[in-house]
Design a protein around this ligand. Sequence first.
Ligand code: GBH
Length: 446
Amino acid sequence: ENDPDPRGPLRFPPGFGWGAATSAYQIEGAAKEDGRGESVWDTFSHTPGRTRNGDTGDVAADHYHRYRDDLDLMADLGLRSYRFSISWPRIQADGTGKPNQRGLDFYRRLVDGLHERGIAPMATLFHWDLPQALQDAGGWESRDTAHRFAEYADAVFRALGDRVPVWLTINEPKTVVQNGYLWGHHAPGRQDPEATYLVAHHLQLAHGLAVRALRATGQAGRIGPALNLHPCYPADDSPEAAAATRLYDGYENRLYLDSVLKGAYPRDVLADLGPDSRLAAGISDGDLDVIASPVDLLAVQYYTPIYVTAGGDTTRRWPTSEADWQQIYPEGMYDILTRVTRDYGRIPITVTENGLPCPDRLGPDGTVDDSGRIDFLRDHFAAAHRAIADGVPLESYHVWSLLDNFEWAEGYDQRWGLVYVDYPTQRRVLKSSAHWYRTVIRDNGL
Ligand code: GBH
């Protein structure tokens, strides 16, 4: 019914920014080179029992040494946009002070290599690799960390701002909040419900301070937050399920969207946390003005819907991927994009992550067949196309991920790349999805 006619062309707007995404700790390796300091993810991944097989990002996809080959891969795919992240501990080993020139130089070479190949750089300032020294000083529980982040951002803007057209501040604050502080599956591995939403506030504050830091430089780059959004649906049609779903949506989506785009935390979430919460206590006069500093675009990451029961728990309705938290539901892409435009106005949107892990194997003939990933991407691209047709100002779409990489607590077992990485040799092999994606980009559609 909603599927596009498989014979019919589905053209995207001219100049649509077909892209792919990565993050520093997941691909770079070179953990001790050129003055890089340690991050919370070095500590966490080196702590026994925290990651599958004890995997760490010490070597990862060795992108720090192989970035020229990886740039050529991107050009071969025809990418128009590449989203990567900058490693804070490469720029400031302990999170403060004079920036490390060797760290900045790496990203300058990367960005220049993108421009040489006609690929637009999109840089994320923070994809979870907080300098360990700042964690030791309180991490995101400390308001001071937000100010350190603004100083780091300022140093990066001054070094690279003349050549990076789009900046994203903090990747998925919600994941730091939930996985880092509520469930403890991610660094810093805490299970501390009290701290959790104070951490959220400081991440939001850091975002706003970085937006202001960019404006203060007078540079032309655009900037926005990168939020993973989850469309929430009631598991039945009871009023209880509707109410539980609404509150769930507050914690998953509105806490981050409303603070940035409406200048207020959602009342229902504040009420649910109670007047004595550390979040309530942590909000100072003027904080919401900082957090709501005008942004130029909104980066949306969509992987999975959430189904909420009358009792406020989650349940499954759709097929699950190799990742047990992901249900495959392309319609959720349409729902979340149109909802953002409906509720927050026509702010330009970029999809900065969407993808699927597959049990990819290098075949005897040297190919990698990931047709399941092709089906997944085709259905999600089609849903995004319908959202555009219905008025969503979507300008680009980045598949997660360019390369197989260090999938956080899942280590290297879960493969998300368009490009296969044979870790013992670091050889790259285009999967069938990469070949397919190249034709999508060439045809600007399906
Ligand atoms: C994104 O997170 C990340 O930005 C990216 O770095 C990552 O590689 C990619 O997705 C694929 O996962 O262990 O049950 O607590 C997506 C949101 C939040 C989904 C953390 C997985 C862990 C679930 N992720 N969550 S659980």
